[in-house]
Write a protein that binds this ligand. Structure first.
Ligand code: PHE
Length: 458
């Protein structure tokens, strides 16, 4: 089957950054930062990005680009006759699961965009926002149709292919996303009382760092960079031979961290401005859907049009960020189905869309009619989130680092990372050292701690 490549270097960076930048940055990062003590968490998070994120991203790029195959096929080619291709298969399964529940939250962001465009938040009280969120998430029809709509949007970009679908979409949407972010940051930090929020993000209190803060920071780094499930490996299978893998990983990580921190600068000054203390329910997962609409309304009481525009831009930003990420998850599974089962792309994409929507249906219903159905005490949605982000992603990252650090011939790895010796990679030794020791030990500890098998810190 003829395989496409990305058309330009900028397209490569923007598509990979599109995968990385998502609800993880704008929704999960501020919540995690708020729950883990602010600036100190951000510093630990950034250390995780540099020490684990960039090397593992480079590894995924290496696996994809050196084989030009889907996640499972890539391992089969690099390690024929072994069980390593199961790492790829696990990744595809993880992508499938994340796509199913992520589309539900993405559907809410679409509902909120519509509501904010219709000026529905105008004149509402704090309790109204709780009701609005309950209506959006617990009403089966609303929640399911929004999820299905989002899945279809994703589908139509993916079926158009790598160059005229994914790359073209990212090239238009990512710059739009940066512009919206900058406007929102400027608005937010110029609010009266914003300085408390800025201080919260910039003044670390190191006494706040403990084991659970470090673990959350690592988990967040994985999720946010889309690592551990072969997503960036699949994208890299469409890279040209002269793409600099190290530089690309570096750029994508910088963009991703920048957007996450900017999301903090949008949200915290605005939240402090209206006197919320970052405690209790103000900063839970409902931050974006219950706390923020209220913040937007109260921030510009003398100029309501600004409240309106702020809300519309913010929710639109979430939709775009979520969409470039769902596209990348869909692509991992579509490339796998299409190549491993020898199927045309369109048919493979439909199979993925329909089966994912089916599973997504149950995730959506777990906020309403199925809220009593529990697996190991979790709702279906929480179970999928927990298993995929907290177990499958770290396991994927651990296996990737062992695969490259211990299994593969380093000469071959070096040949590919240096583009056949044509570019200098002075950090190659450090890269291997991290994959051999630092990453497996660190990730192994996260996993054991998360599973409650071994507590190495409070
Ligand atoms: N990185 C995305 C985000 O921050 C989520 C994601 C995870 C996307 C795994 C693809 C694969 O929202």
């Amino acid at each position: 089957m003829e395989r496409e490549n990305f058309g330009s270097k900028l397209g490569v960076v923007l598509a990979a950054a599109g995968s990385a930048v998502g609800l993880g940055n704008i929704w999960r990062f501020p919540v995690e930062t708020g729950q883990n003590g602010g600036a100190a968490f951000i510093i630990v998070y950034l250390i995780c990005i540099v020490l684990l994120g960039i090397p593992i991203m480079m590894s995924e790029f290496f696996i994809g680009r050196s084989t030009h195959l889907n996640a499972a096929g890539a391992y089969r080619k690099l390690a024929p006759g072994t069980k390593w291709n199961w790492v790829g298969r696990l990744g595809v399964l993880t992508g499938f699961i994340i796509l199913s529940y992520y589309s539900v939250v993405a559907g809410w962001t679409a509902q909120y965009t519509v509501l904010s465009v219709a000026n529905y938040f105008d004149g509402k009280s704090a309790t109204d926002y709780i009701q609005i969120f309950n209506d959006c998430s617990a009403n089966p029809w609303l929640s399911i149709s929004a999820m299905l709509g989002f899945m279809l949007l994703t589908h139509f970009v993916v079926v158009r292919g790598v160059k005229s679908g994914i790359e073209k979409f990212s090239k238009v949407m990512m710059p739009a996303l940066f512009i919206i972010i900058i406007i929102l940051v400027i608005c937010s930090v110029s609010l009266p009382g914003a300085s408390k929020g800025v201080e919260y993000l910039l003044k670390p209190d190191f006494s706040k760092i403990d084991g659970s803060v470090i673990l959350s920071a690592m988990g967040q780094a994985f999720f946010s960079l889309s690592l551990g499930l072969g997503c960036l490996c699949t994208y890299a299978s469409y890279f040209d031979k002269d793409t600099n893998l190290g530089k690309t990983a570096f750029k994508v990580s910088i963009i991703d961290s920048f957007v996450a921190i900017m999301a903090g600068f949008i949200i915290f000054p605005a939240v402090f401005n209206i006197g919320y203390q970052l405690e209790g329910s103000d900063v839970g997962p409902s931050l974006i859907f219950i706390t923020l609409p209220n913040v937007f309304q109260q921030s510009f009481t003398s100029l309501p049009i600004l409240s309106y525009l702020f809300a519309v831009m913010f929710y639109f930003l979430l939709v775009v960020a979520a969409l470039t990420s769902t596209i990348s998850m869909h692509e991992v599974v579509t490339a796998y189905v299409s190549e491993e089962f020898n199927m045309i792309r369109r048919k493979a994409a439909w199979i993925v869309t329909l089966t994912c929507s089916f599973v997504g249906l149950f995730c959506a219903l777990s906020f309403g009619p199925l809220s009593n159905v529990k697996i190991f005490g979790f709702s279906l949605f929480d179970f999928f989130d927990y298993v995929s982000s907290n177990i499958f992603l770290p396991v994927g990252g651990l296996l990737i680092s062992i695969f490259i650090g211990w299994y593969l011939d380093k000469k071959y790895v070096k040949e590919e990372i240096t583009n056949g010796g044509t570019i200098r990679v002075p950090y190659f030794k450090a890269f291997i050292l991290i994959l051999r020791y630092v990453a497996p030990i660190a990730i192994g500890l996260i996993l054991l701690n998360q599973l409650g098998l071994f507590a190495f810190m409070k």
